[in-house]
Design a protein around this ligand. Structure first.
Ligand code: 5GP
Length: 180
C-alpha cells in the first residue's frame, strides 16, 4: 500500500519494512557488541514501541530481560504542566544496565522525564534505543546511542505509531501529506 487514509488524514509510505528491519539489525548488533556481559534489562515503552521492541529483541543474542512500562500523564497539584509518571515497572533495576526502548524521540522531553524517573531507582546506567529520532525538533540534550533512523520534522504513523489510536498495525512507516 503506497498510501493510507486514517480519519481526516492521508499518509504516504516513506520507509519500507525491509529498510526498517535493516536498521534494527544494525542497532541490535551494536547493542550485542556494547552490552555483552552486562545482563541488560530492556524497558519497552508502551504502546508505540511494541513492534520495534519485538523485532529488536529477536536479534539480541546476549543474556537479557525485557519488561514493559507506560507513561501516565496527569496534572500535578503544584504544576501547571503535565507530569508523566512511569507505571508498570515491577522489576528492581538497582545496579542494572537499563535500555529504554522507545518508538520516537521528538522534542526529547518525554525521554528526559523517563530518564529522570528511572534515575531515582538507582540503575547502574541507562541507554536509549529509539526506532526514530527527529533531530530538528530536539530541545534537550540526549545521548541517543541506538537510533535506528533519523527523520525530518513530519508526523508519521505505522510500525507501532498511531494517529488517534489507528495505524499502529502497518509494517511500513507513513508520512502525513499536506492535503490532509
Ligand atoms: P517528545 O516528548 O519527544 O516530544 O515526544 C515523544 C512522543 O510523542 C512519542 O513517544 C510519540 O508518542 C509522540 N510522537 C512524536 N512524534 C510523533 C510522530 O511523528 N508520530 C506519532 N504517531 N507520534 C509521535
Amino acid at each position: 500500500m503506497d498510501s493510507i487514509k486514517i480519519k481526516d488524514k492521508t499518509f504516504v509510505v516513506s520507509i519500507k519494512e525491509k529498510d526498517i528491519q535493516k536498521e534494527i539489525i544494525r542497532v541490535a548488533g551494536e547493542i550485542n557488541r556494547d552490552l555483552v556481559g552486562k545482563n541488560p534489562i530492556f524497558l519497552c515503552v508502551l504502546n508505540g514501541a511494541f513492534m520495534f521492541a519485538a523485532d529488536l529483541m529477536k536479534r539480541i543474542t546476549i543474556p537479557c530481560e525485557i519488561s514493559f512500562v507506560k507513561l501516565a500523564s496527569y496534572r500535578g497539584l503544584m504544576s501547571s504542566g503535565k507530569i508523566k509518571e512511569v507505571i508498570g515497572l515491577n522489576e528492581d533495576i538497582t545496579d542494572r544496565t537499563v535500555v529504554i526502548v522507545e518508538d520516537i524521540v521528538d522534542t526529547g522531553l518525554t525521554m528526559q522525564r523517563l530518564i529522570e524517573s528511572l534515575g531515582t531507582r538507582s540503575p547502574k546506567e541507562i541507554h536509549i534505543a529509539s526506532l526514530l529520532v527527529k533531530p530538528e525538533k530536539l530541545v534537550v540534550e540526549l545521548n541517543i546511542e541506538y537510533a535506528a533512523m533519523s527523520i525530518p520534522n513530519d508526523f508519521i504513523v505505522g510500525f507501532g505509531l498511531d494517529y488517534d489510536g489507528y495505524g499502529r498495525n502497518y509494517p511500513d512507516i507513513y508520512t502525513v501529506t499536506e492535503e490532509g
